[in-house]
Design a protein. Structure first.
Length: 292
Protein backbone atom coordinates (compact mmCIF):
# COMPACT_ATOMS: atom_id res chain seq x y z
CA UNK A 1 0.00 0.00 0.00
CA UNK A 2 1.44 3.36 -0.89
CA UNK A 3 1.19 6.19 1.60
CA UNK A 4 -2.03 8.20 1.51
CA UNK A 5 -1.53 11.55 -0.18
CA UNK A 6 -4.11 13.12 2.12
CA UNK A 7 -2.30 12.31 5.37
CA UNK A 8 -1.65 15.59 7.17
CA UNK A 9 1.92 16.74 6.64
CA UNK A 10 2.56 14.32 3.78
CA UNK A 11 1.46 16.54 0.89
CA UNK A 12 5.05 16.87 -0.33
CA UNK A 13 6.17 13.29 0.36
CA UNK A 14 6.33 11.04 -2.72
CA UNK A 15 4.24 7.86 -2.55
CA UNK A 16 6.13 4.85 -1.21
CA UNK A 17 5.54 1.49 0.44
CA UNK A 18 5.80 1.06 4.22
CA UNK A 19 9.24 -0.11 5.46
CA UNK A 20 10.01 -3.72 4.60
CA UNK A 21 10.98 -5.75 7.74
CA UNK A 22 14.06 -7.02 5.90
CA UNK A 23 15.11 -3.43 5.14
CA UNK A 24 14.56 -2.45 8.78
CA UNK A 25 16.82 -5.31 9.82
CA UNK A 26 19.49 -4.32 7.27
CA UNK A 27 19.54 -0.71 8.42
CA UNK A 28 19.57 -1.83 12.06
CA UNK A 29 22.60 -3.99 11.30
CA UNK A 30 24.29 -1.08 9.49
CA UNK A 31 23.72 1.36 12.38
CA UNK A 32 24.66 -1.21 15.05
CA UNK A 33 27.98 -1.83 13.29
CA UNK A 34 28.77 1.91 13.17
CA UNK A 35 30.68 3.47 16.03
CA UNK A 36 31.14 6.92 14.48
CA UNK A 37 28.30 7.48 12.04
CA UNK A 38 28.47 10.42 9.61
CA UNK A 39 24.95 11.45 8.55
CA UNK A 40 24.03 13.71 5.65
CA UNK A 41 20.43 14.89 5.30
CA UNK A 42 18.57 16.57 2.45
CA UNK A 43 15.16 18.00 1.68
CA UNK A 44 13.51 14.56 1.91
CA UNK A 45 13.89 14.59 5.69
CA UNK A 46 11.89 17.84 5.94
CA UNK A 47 9.05 17.04 3.54
CA UNK A 48 7.28 15.27 6.41
CA UNK A 49 7.37 18.57 8.30
CA UNK A 50 5.39 20.14 5.44
CA UNK A 51 8.28 21.72 3.52
CA UNK A 52 8.34 20.86 -0.20
CA UNK A 53 11.58 19.79 -1.89
CA UNK A 54 12.81 20.55 -5.41
CA UNK A 55 13.17 17.20 -7.15
CA UNK A 56 10.71 14.61 -5.82
CA UNK A 57 8.67 12.96 -8.53
CA UNK A 58 5.17 14.43 -8.80
CA UNK A 59 5.34 16.57 -5.64
CA UNK A 60 8.65 18.49 -5.80
CA UNK A 61 8.78 22.13 -6.93
CA UNK A 62 10.28 21.21 -10.32
CA UNK A 63 7.48 18.70 -10.94
CA UNK A 64 4.68 21.05 -9.88
CA UNK A 65 5.81 24.29 -11.51
CA UNK A 66 8.28 25.81 -13.96
CA UNK A 67 9.59 28.17 -11.28
CA UNK A 68 13.24 28.05 -10.29
CA UNK A 69 15.00 29.37 -7.19
CA UNK A 70 16.88 32.68 -7.29
CA UNK A 71 20.44 32.53 -8.61
CA UNK A 72 23.27 34.05 -6.55
CA UNK A 73 24.59 36.32 -9.34
CA UNK A 74 21.10 37.66 -10.09
CA UNK A 75 20.44 38.44 -6.41
CA UNK A 76 23.73 40.33 -6.02
CA UNK A 77 23.44 42.19 -9.34
CA UNK A 78 19.79 43.16 -9.53
CA UNK A 79 17.81 45.34 -7.11
CA UNK A 80 14.54 44.14 -8.65
CA UNK A 81 15.58 40.49 -8.15
CA UNK A 82 16.24 41.28 -4.47
CA UNK A 83 12.92 43.09 -4.18
CA UNK A 84 11.11 40.08 -5.69
CA UNK A 85 13.00 37.63 -3.47
CA UNK A 86 12.40 39.53 -0.22
CA UNK A 87 8.71 40.26 -0.96
CA UNK A 88 8.06 36.56 -1.50
CA UNK A 89 10.18 35.64 1.51
CA UNK A 90 8.38 38.20 3.71
CA UNK A 91 4.98 36.67 2.90
CA UNK A 92 6.22 33.09 3.33
CA UNK A 93 8.27 33.63 6.50
CA UNK A 94 5.55 33.30 9.19
CA UNK A 95 4.55 29.88 7.87
CA UNK A 96 8.06 28.69 6.96
CA UNK A 97 9.57 29.64 10.32
CA UNK A 98 6.76 27.85 12.19
CA UNK A 99 7.56 24.38 10.74
CA UNK A 100 8.59 21.88 13.42
CA UNK A 101 10.99 18.91 13.38
CA UNK A 102 9.48 15.50 12.68
CA UNK A 103 10.36 12.05 14.06
CA UNK A 104 13.39 11.70 11.78
CA UNK A 105 15.02 14.90 13.12
CA UNK A 106 14.35 13.78 16.71
CA UNK A 107 15.83 10.30 16.12
CA UNK A 108 19.07 11.80 14.79
CA UNK A 109 19.25 14.10 17.81
CA UNK A 110 18.82 11.05 20.08
CA UNK A 111 21.56 9.13 18.23
CA UNK A 112 23.87 12.09 18.88
CA UNK A 113 23.01 12.07 22.59
CA UNK A 114 23.76 8.33 22.72
CA UNK A 115 27.18 8.91 21.13
CA UNK A 116 26.20 6.93 18.02
CA UNK A 117 26.16 9.85 15.59
CA UNK A 118 29.62 11.38 15.13
CA UNK A 119 28.62 14.28 12.89
CA UNK A 120 25.54 15.50 11.03
CA UNK A 121 25.71 17.55 7.83
CA UNK A 122 22.46 18.95 6.51
CA UNK A 123 21.92 20.42 3.05
CA UNK A 124 18.70 22.01 4.34
CA UNK A 125 18.34 25.66 5.31
CA UNK A 126 15.19 25.24 7.44
CA UNK A 127 16.77 25.05 10.96
CA UNK A 128 14.75 21.92 11.80
CA UNK A 129 17.80 19.99 13.05
CA UNK A 130 18.64 22.93 15.33
CA UNK A 131 15.04 23.07 16.58
CA UNK A 132 15.26 19.32 17.28
CA UNK A 133 18.35 19.91 19.43
CA UNK A 134 21.17 18.55 17.23
CA UNK A 135 24.52 20.13 18.12
CA UNK A 136 27.26 18.13 16.37
CA UNK A 137 26.14 19.59 13.08
CA UNK A 138 27.14 21.61 10.03
CA UNK A 139 24.56 23.49 7.94
CA UNK A 140 26.27 23.00 4.58
CA UNK A 141 24.16 25.58 2.75
CA UNK A 142 23.58 27.93 5.69
CA UNK A 143 20.23 28.78 7.29
CA UNK A 144 17.34 31.05 6.33
CA UNK A 145 16.91 32.04 9.99
CA UNK A 146 20.02 34.27 9.73
CA UNK A 147 20.63 37.29 7.49
CA UNK A 148 23.91 39.08 6.84
CA UNK A 149 25.19 42.17 5.04
CA UNK A 150 27.21 41.54 1.86
CA UNK A 151 29.26 44.69 2.52
CA UNK A 152 30.17 44.67 6.23
CA UNK A 153 29.21 41.12 7.25
CA UNK A 154 26.92 42.23 10.07
CA UNK A 155 24.47 39.45 11.04
CA UNK A 156 20.90 39.74 12.25
CA UNK A 157 18.14 37.23 12.89
CA UNK A 158 15.62 36.75 10.10
CA UNK A 159 12.82 37.28 12.66
CA UNK A 160 14.28 40.73 13.43
CA UNK A 161 14.35 41.60 9.73
CA UNK A 162 10.65 40.69 9.52
CA UNK A 163 9.94 43.60 11.89
CA UNK A 164 11.94 45.98 9.67
CA UNK A 165 9.92 44.80 6.64
CA UNK A 166 6.66 45.40 8.50
CA UNK A 167 7.74 48.91 9.54
CA UNK A 168 8.73 49.81 5.96
CA UNK A 169 5.62 48.27 4.36
CA UNK A 170 2.73 49.07 6.75
CA UNK A 171 0.00 48.97 4.08
CA UNK A 172 1.52 46.42 1.68
CA UNK A 173 -0.53 43.24 1.33
CA UNK A 174 -0.14 40.20 -0.89
CA UNK A 175 -1.98 36.94 -1.35
CA UNK A 176 0.40 34.01 -1.82
CA UNK A 177 0.14 31.35 -4.52
CA UNK A 178 1.73 28.18 -3.13
CA UNK A 179 4.88 27.67 -1.04
CA UNK A 180 8.40 27.01 -2.33
CA UNK A 181 11.13 24.93 -0.62
CA UNK A 182 13.22 27.75 0.80
CA UNK A 183 10.44 29.61 2.54
CA UNK A 184 9.29 31.98 -0.15
CA UNK A 185 5.92 31.98 -1.91
CA UNK A 186 4.78 32.77 -5.44
CA UNK A 187 3.75 36.38 -6.08
CA UNK A 188 3.02 38.30 -9.28
CA UNK A 189 5.30 41.11 -10.50
CA UNK A 190 2.42 43.51 -9.86
CA UNK A 191 2.25 42.51 -6.18
CA UNK A 192 6.00 42.90 -5.72
CA UNK A 193 6.35 46.32 -7.36
CA UNK A 194 5.80 48.55 -4.29
CA UNK A 195 7.55 46.39 -1.71
CA UNK A 196 10.28 48.26 0.19
CA UNK A 197 13.51 46.40 1.10
CA UNK A 198 15.62 47.66 4.03
CA UNK A 199 19.39 48.11 3.75
CA UNK A 200 21.94 47.10 6.40
CA UNK A 201 21.43 49.28 9.48
CA UNK A 202 25.19 49.57 10.06
CA UNK A 203 26.51 50.43 6.60
CA UNK A 204 23.60 50.61 4.16
CA UNK A 205 24.78 47.48 2.32
CA UNK A 206 22.77 44.69 0.70
CA UNK A 207 21.11 42.19 3.04
CA UNK A 208 21.14 38.51 2.02
CA UNK A 209 19.94 35.38 3.80
CA UNK A 210 22.86 33.36 5.20
CA UNK A 211 22.34 30.59 2.64
CA UNK A 212 24.19 29.36 -0.42
CA UNK A 213 22.01 30.31 -3.37
CA UNK A 214 22.09 28.30 -6.58
CA UNK A 215 25.20 29.25 -8.55
CA UNK A 216 27.17 30.13 -5.40
CA UNK A 217 29.73 27.87 -3.69
CA UNK A 218 30.20 26.61 -0.13
CA UNK A 219 33.27 28.17 1.55
CA UNK A 220 36.51 26.17 1.43
CA UNK A 221 36.78 26.38 5.24
CA UNK A 222 33.42 24.69 5.68
CA UNK A 223 34.21 22.01 3.06
CA UNK A 224 37.55 21.28 4.75
CA UNK A 225 35.88 21.09 8.18
CA UNK A 226 33.28 18.58 6.93
CA UNK A 227 36.00 16.47 5.26
CA UNK A 228 37.77 16.34 8.64
CA UNK A 229 34.60 15.11 10.38
CA UNK A 230 34.14 12.50 7.65
CA UNK A 231 37.76 11.35 8.09
CA UNK A 232 36.98 10.63 11.77
CA UNK A 233 33.87 8.57 10.86
CA UNK A 234 33.52 4.87 10.10
CA UNK A 235 30.31 4.87 8.02
CA UNK A 236 27.96 7.22 6.19
CA UNK A 237 24.16 7.44 6.13
CA UNK A 238 22.41 9.66 3.58
CA UNK A 239 18.82 10.46 4.58
CA UNK A 240 16.34 12.22 2.31
CA UNK A 241 18.65 13.34 -0.47
CA UNK A 242 19.04 12.37 -4.12
CA UNK A 243 22.55 13.94 -3.88
CA UNK A 244 22.10 15.75 -7.20
CA UNK A 245 23.94 18.82 -5.90
CA UNK A 246 27.73 18.45 -6.04
CA UNK A 247 28.33 20.34 -2.77
CA UNK A 248 26.89 17.35 -0.90
CA UNK A 249 27.74 14.60 -3.39
CA UNK A 250 31.51 15.26 -3.02
CA UNK A 251 31.37 13.87 0.56
CA UNK A 252 29.80 10.64 -0.65
CA UNK A 253 32.58 10.34 -3.22
CA UNK A 254 35.14 10.90 -0.43
CA UNK A 255 33.42 8.23 1.71
CA UNK A 256 33.57 5.80 -1.23
CA UNK A 257 37.28 6.56 -1.67
CA UNK A 258 37.85 5.76 2.02
CA UNK A 259 35.88 2.52 1.46
CA UNK A 260 33.36 3.47 4.16
CA UNK A 261 30.05 1.57 4.11
CA UNK A 262 27.32 3.92 2.80
CA UNK A 263 23.59 3.51 3.44
CA UNK A 264 21.05 5.59 1.51
CA UNK A 265 17.51 6.21 2.75
CA UNK A 266 15.56 8.10 0.11
CA UNK A 267 12.31 7.73 -1.82
CA UNK A 268 13.39 7.45 -5.45
CA UNK A 269 16.78 7.09 -7.16
CA UNK A 270 19.96 8.87 -6.04
CA UNK A 271 23.42 9.45 -7.48
CA UNK A 272 24.80 6.96 -4.93
CA UNK A 273 22.64 3.97 -5.81
CA UNK A 274 25.33 2.21 -7.86
CA UNK A 275 27.94 2.28 -5.08
CA UNK A 276 25.96 2.39 -1.80
CA UNK A 277 26.20 -0.69 0.44
CA UNK A 278 22.50 -0.33 1.23
CA UNK A 279 19.62 1.52 -0.51
CA UNK A 280 16.27 1.91 1.26
CA UNK A 281 13.21 3.37 -0.39
CA UNK A 282 11.22 4.56 2.65
CA UNK A 283 10.14 7.69 4.47
CA UNK A 284 12.83 8.91 6.88
CA UNK A 285 10.25 9.59 9.59
CA UNK A 286 8.81 6.11 9.26
CA UNK A 287 12.00 4.01 9.10
CA UNK A 288 14.50 5.82 11.36
CA UNK A 289 12.34 5.56 14.52
CA UNK A 290 12.37 1.74 14.10
CA UNK A 291 16.16 1.65 14.55
CA UNK A 292 17.46 1.26 18.09
Amino acid sequence: HSVSRTSPGLTFVPACLPPDPVEVEELQHFVSNSKRLFVMTGAGISTESGIPDYRSEGVGLYARTDRRPVQHAEFVRSASARQRYWARNFVGWPQFSSHQPNKAHLVLRDWEKLGKLHWLVTQNVDALHTKAGSQRMTELHGCTHRVFCLACGDQILRSELQEHFEALNPTWKAEAFGVAPDGDVFLTDEQVRNFQVPACRKCGGILKPDVTFFGDTVSQEKVHFVHQRLAESDSMLVAGSSMQVYSGYRFALAAREKKLPIAVLNIGPTRLDHFASLKLNSRCGELLPLIV
